[in-house]
Design a protein around this ligand. Structure first.
Ligand code: NDP
Length: 290
């Protein structure tokens, strides 16, 4: 079985170049695309993610504002920051950097209610696509903001001409930010979709039926070779830190023996997440044209 590695870096590069062109076209029209990121607390992983987003914006010609709130900030302070950005006409996209779960499962700083904060973001500026309004639009097939990671997975499948229509796609994971929107996007692309989670019985029996297997579990090397159908496309969303190195949710060595297409970690899906964030921010700026 010959294996093709899906090069997320290469696909993301094209999207980033396109983002730079779109940003320039907007700037020439007098609109400076502008993303605002709120980061609360000092979780080092969040700080790294924010810095990466800031740099990507800079390179694409998108203005970025980072609002750093202290670990001790209150719910009211966090909410007022969102309200102020909603009202700021110069801001097209807002996101609240949530701590990445798979590192340490750290919540937002103590006492902060993440759901309430996300619900406050103006859905028109919700470039992460986490607001219930955008989740509902995705579910009902209406245009809205789609979460960046699953959107990036769809763009990878498209870039490699991997068909979805009528194929059996199995998604492991049902989070609001990856698993569920991933399933909705694959369904919209005419795949037959099965969603698995921690209570799924006989998981390997199900994953072995997958033409497209998406792993978004948050557990290093969780998907082993025996869980993969020969010739399948395997998309590894996982980012896990093991002894200082990044490892996916898929045992890449074993998967490489079975899969026809496989995303590496790093250099796969992760690359697309930021590219999609730029794209979503530009969608917001183009829609509002101010
Ligand atoms: P969550 O922890 O929110 O969700 C994990 C999901 O995996 C849950 O639905 C859980 O099931 C399921 N799960 C856990 N254990 C098992 C098991 N033994 N068998 C089957 N299912 C299981 O994580 P996220 O969705 O936020 O992230 C998933 C991974 O993707 C992480 O590694 C994260 O770092 C990575 N990620 C990568 C991004 C990127 O840019 N590449 C962006 C976002 C996330 P249940 O619901 O029952 O608990």
């Amino acid at each position: 079985m010959s294996l093709t590695w899906i090069d997320g870096r290469e696909v993301a590069k094209k999207w980033k170049e396109n983002a730079a062109q779109r940003a320039q076209a907007l700037t020439e029209k007098g609109v400076t695309p502008h993303l605002a990121v709120i980061v609360a607390g000092d979780n080092p992983a969040s700080q790294v993610y924010v810095r990466n987003k800031e740099n990507a914006c800079l390179r694409a010609g998108i203005r970025s504002t980072i609002l750093r709130l202290p670990e001790s900030c209150t719910q009211e302070e966090l909410e007022s920051a969102v309200v102020a950005l909603n009202a700021d006409q110069s801001v097209h996209g807002i996101l609240v950097q949530l701590p990445p779960v798979s590192y340490t499962h750290l919540p937002l700083p103590k006492g902060l209610d993440e759901a309430r904060v996300l619900a406050l973001i103006d859905p028109e500026k919700d470039v992460d696509g986490f607001h219930a309004m955008n989740a509902g639009k995705l579910m009902s097939g209406q245009p809205g903001f789609v979460p960046c990671t699953p959107l990036g997975v769809m763009k990878l499948l498209e870039a490699y001409n991997i068909p979805t229509r009528g194929r059996h796609a199995v998604v492991i994971g049902r989070s609001n930010i990856v698993g569920k929107p991933m399933a909705m996007l694959l369904l919209a692309a005419d795949a037959t979709v099965t969603v698995c989670h921690s209570k799924t019985e006989n998981l390997a029996d199900i994953t072995r039926q997958a033409d497209i297997l998406v792993a978004a579990v948050g557990k290093a090397n969780f998907v082993t070779g025996d869980m993969i159908k020969p010739g399948a496309t395997v998309i590894d969303v996982g980012i896990n830190r093991v002894d200082g190195t990044l490892v996916g949710d898929v045992n890449a060595e074993e998967a490489a023996q079975k899969a026809a297409y496989l995303t590496p970690v790093p250099g796969g899906v992760g690359q697309m997440t930021i590219a999609m964030l730029l794209s979503n921010t530009l969608d917001a700026a183009e829609r509002h044209g101010r």
